[in-house]
Design a protein around this ligand. Structure first.
Ligand SMILES: C[S@@+](CC[C@H](N)C(=O)[O-])C[C@H]1O[C@@H](n2cnc3c(N)ncnc32)[C@H](O)[C@@H]1O
Length: 152
């Protein structure tokens, strides 16, 4: 859905959506994503690939922006740093990383806090900010938009 939203908003360029399309994780399927792109009239501006956020199938410094919604906290704790590193690797210098994630979940050891800010800064992001956002679907809850700019 994010890739389709970007494709609709962009005046030029292409949006790429990668996902492992894990059925039990509450996301969609590649078939549904392709169909939605068609319905929104953006099939020529968006592409989808099966890909792992921990090993993104694109070269260094490739994208102007990297966005992900409710993905990082679903990745096993030991692999999350790898996903952050990969997202930053494929960003162009000066490009923006934007992640939507819950504030915290102690069962999966996830927390948006100063440790996360320091970690992202150590990985080459500057101006790391956390913005609260209220989601209303499927239930009302506050999540955090995490943004940062790749140094260089
Ligand atoms: C909670 S769903 C969020 C779906 C959608 N982005 C949203 O905001 O509603 C988590 C999504 O992350 C995907 N995912 C989980 N681990 C992944 C990984 N290592 N690489 C790529 N996608 C992954 C799942 O397949 C699923 O589509």
């Amino acid at each position: 859905m994010l890739a389709i939203g970007y494709a609709r908003a962009m005046k030029s360029g292409r949006a790429v959506g990668i996902d492992l399309w894990i059925p039990a994780m509450g996301g969609t399927s590649m078939e549904t994503a392709l169909r939605n792109a068609e319905l929104e009239g953006v099939s020529d501006r968006v592409e989808f690939r099966r890909g792992d956020a921990c090993s993104i199938p694109y070269p260094d410094n490739h994208f102007d922006k990297v966005v992900a919604s409710l993905v990082i906290h679903t990745i096993p704790q030991k692999k999350r740093d790898r996903a952050f590193e990969e997202m930053i690797r494929v960003l162009k210098p000066g490009g923006i990383l934007a992640l939507l994630e819950p504030k915290s979940d102690r069962w999966i050891k996830w927390r948006v806090d100063e440790n996360l800010r320091r970690k992202l800064e150590g990985m080459g992001l500057r101006d790391v900010r956390f913005h609260p956002v209220t989601l209303t679907y499927p239930k009302k809850r506050v999540v955090y938009l995490i943004t940062g700019v790749k140094e260089g």
